[in-house]
Design a protein around this ligand. Structure first.
Ligand code: ADP
Ligand code: MG
Length: 685
């Protein structure tokens, strides 16, 4: 299995090189190079040939001749077993094919049946049949695999046919012995076939049923091994000894003070989440938590509740946010919520600070005078030194790479981690991508929130929409009007937003203060604009997706999203979460004209549900995990067979199995190493 591909017959240096290029370096790699689809070429002998259909039939060669015409061609006269005439026609390689077919040869041919004065197949797939050994057929007469190929592979005759031949030869080798990698107990419990049988059946299935069973078994193998890896990874990480310890839950005076100082009472979910996060800190290893909650569920204050336990014990905490606007807002929230205290000193560090204030902040961080710092990427930079960082909080964690997170973490002595998501992440993705984090859920939103009424409008209702915005603004509410903004069409998007803004300001709502905010503005301008809006001076804020993240203005009750069909579900849900944060009835209008089927599904889901956990599942289905999480940031496991949406039950099952059956053999480890490239996993020996 693990021998090099070069040991196979017919594979010299040149072919081995292109195979390696395609990720096939060993025989095992070849066997895990799965077909992308199949052609059903099981032989049909019972029905007559019909023009226009694909067919696979056994024929006997009668004669061959070259027909000269506009294009000369080789014609091979054949007869099927039902004595129907069938011509095989070859326009290319006439000289070659002429040598290939002899009178009375028995062939299996497969192709499309055409009619040109008689039934014929042009350039069919064919194979000479050795009548003694029908089972040796590779290319026809069976369900035939089609492989993904590349130009480089094709040049070396490693197209579907070539790969088929190569793979088939591996299975024909009597010495082939594919070791089992899933524990036998699990195979028994789930009634899966053995590995060798499954690999053979996925390449050369005897029937649609055996193909399905093989796929199931191999999918399971993939998920099970992945999960075993994650179990070990988690254990490796959990072995980072704890060097910092916050005050235990229930013992913090600062926390008690915070509870009385807050303008609201924490929800049961928030209290439970804070307790759960601190329970982790009583263990001997550094803790890492993924705090999952729907948009607006109050994650910030939950993180704050945990943080004060660290501050009280003389440790520092840092909160990392993806944008300036958000970092500033967090800073303000934290200052407001904690009130004046001798214990808590909050600082802010972003790229926008003046050099002088930055230097001061850095000094205070190093000396410990600031014990709670809020900031953007600037926090990750080298000059930032902590006295004793005990807790790292990452907001909107998907905006940061693992490397950035670790770099910041290394600035402390194994600090604890709380990562927060913008909107919920589907459970299967949590199990796979974030299995090394302990998941803490905030399932409910604070009481008294009205669900956001969401409706989708076409262009012809625009005037009615404006009228309704006017009504709400006149009643004292504020409104967001959001334009899409993506990198690929940034210039055009910006123009749309700017023109939209001009139109709204001058002709639609000349009597209200309308403002524009987008990511390209200078930081002081952004700040001023946000402040005006937060204070309620600005009634209507035209903006791009910069406000997607975290912005919290409770009096904003209406959101209009232009070109809503261009956004993904989670993004729309997150945007929509900017309203419905106060006591007022809130509305979200999705403007979209003609839409694709996918977009239709997204918008309908948004109209019908306000539940981020549910919408996340739909998003996973529609967009897939890569899009959902942003492939770039995550070393997202690249599953060959498993689909995290379709196979979600199996994901959960295999996760449970992996925890119970975590010991795997060396063959299984080698699969993990080559399929998931997780160099960092340390297996217990
Ligand atoms: P998210 O989970 O989306 O980050 P935030 O932390 O921004 O949510 O909180 C959303 C809003 O809910 C904020 O205005 C916050 O002040 C408010 N909030 C948080 N917890 C409560 C609570 N227990 N009761 C009432 N309002 C709350
Ligand atoms: Mg938030």
């Amino acid at each position: 299995m693990n021998r090099s591909i070069e040991t196979l017959k017919g594979i010299g240096k040149a072919r081995a090189d292109v195979l390696r290029e395609a990720g096939i370096a060993t025989v095992a790699d070849l066997l895990y190079y799965f077909p992308r689809r199949y052609l059903d070429r099981t032989i049909v002998e019972s029905t007559a040939l019909r023009e226009g259909t694909q067919a696979t039939v056994i024929v006997r060669v009668e004669s061959t001749y070259i027909a000269h015409g506009k294009r000369s061609r080789l014609v091979v006269h054949c007869q099927t077993m039902r004595n129907e005439p069938l011509h095989l026609v070859f326009f290319r390689g006439v000289g070659y094919f002429r040598q290939v077919f002899k009178k009375d040869d028995v062939l299996v041919v497969s192709g499309k049946i055409e009619y040109f004065g008689g039934l014929q197949m042009a350039h069919p797939d064919f194979e000479h049949m050795d009548e003694e050994d029908e089972s040796a057929l590779i290319h026809v007469g069976r369900i035939v695999p089609l492989y993904p190929t590349t130009d480089a592979l094709r040049k070396k005759h490693l197209d579907s046919r070539g790969l088929r031949r190569l793979t088939s030869a591996v299975f024909e080798d009597a010495g082939l012995n594919v070791p089992e990698v899933v524990p036998p107990d699990l195979l028994n419990i789930h009634k899966y076939m053995g590995r060798q049988e499954a690999l053979q059946a996925i390449h050369f299935p005897q029937s649609a049923e055996s193909l399905e069973s093989a796929r199931l078994r191999l999918k399971y193998e993939e998920l099970y091994l992945f999960n075993v890896m994650m179990v070990h990874k988690k254990e490796t990480r959990e072995k980072i000894p704890r060097q910092v310890r916050p005050v235990a839950f229930g013992k913090s005076r600062e926390y008690e003070r915070l509870l009385t100082h807050l303008p609201y009472t924490l929800t049961g979910e928030q209290l439970r989440a804070i307790e759960a996060m601190l329970a982790e800190t009583q263990k001997d290893f550094a803790s890492a938590v993924l705090l999952q909650g729907d948009v607006g569920s109050g994650k910030t204050v939950a993180a704050l509740g945990a943080a004060v336990h660290y501050l009280e014990n003389g440790l520092q905490a840092a909160m990392l946010a993806p944008t300036d606007v958000l970092a500033r807002q967090h800073f303000r929230t934290l200052v407001d919520l904690t009130g004046l205290t001798d214990t808590i000193h909050i600082g802010l560090l972003t790229a926008a600070e003046t050099k002088k204030s930055k230097t001061a902040t850095l000094e205070q961080l190093a000396s410990g005078d600031i014990n709670f710092i809020v900031g953007t990427h600037s926090l990750i930079e080298d000059p930032v030194v902590f006295k004793n960082l005990g807790l790292l909080i990452i907001d909107e964690q998907h905006r940061f790479g693992v490397e950035q997170r670790e770099k910041l973490r290394r600035k402390g002595k194994n600090p604890d981690l709380i990562a927060m998501t913008a909107t919920p992440i589907p459970r299967t993705l949590c199990l796979t991508e974030f299995a090394d984090l302990r998941i803490v859920l905030l399932k409910e939103k604070p009481a008294g929130r009205h669900p956001i009424k969401t409706m989708r409008l076409r262009e012809d209702r625009r005037q009615a929409m404006y009228k309704s915005v006017r009504k709400h603004v006149s009643a004292g509410r504020q409104c967001f009007i959001v334009y899409p903004m993506i990198e690929e069409s940034e210039k055009k998007d910006l123009k749309n937003a700017t023109e939209g803004f001009e139109e709204l300001r001058t002709s639609v709502f000349p009597d209200f203060k309308v403002d524009l905010l987008h990511g390209r503005m200078k930081n002081p301008d952004k700040e001023r604009i946000m402040n005006d809006f937060r204070r309620g001076d600005t009634k209507i804020l035209v903006t791009t997706t910069v406000i997607e993240v975290g912005v919290d203005v409770p009096n904003a009750a209406v959101m209009v999203i232009e070109h809503a069909d261009r956004f993904g579900i989670s993004q729309l849900h997150q945007l929509r979460g900017r309203v419905g944060r106060g006591a007022h009835e809130s509305y979200c209008v999705l403007m979209a004209d003609a839409v694709t089927e996918d977009a239709d599904e997204r918008l309908t889901a948004l109209e019908n549900s306000d539940d981020g956990f549910y919408l996340a599942e739909i998003d996973l289905k529609v967009r897939g995990p890569g899009q959902l999480l942003g492939l770039k940031q995550h070393g997202l496991a690249d599953f060959r067979l498993a689909d995290l949406y379709e196979d979600r039950d199996m994901v959960q099952q295999s996760f449970a199995d992996a925890q119970e059956f975590r010991d795997i053999n060396e063959d299984a480890r080698s699969i993990i190493r080559s399929h998931f490239t997780e160099g960092s996993v340390v297996f217990p020996t």
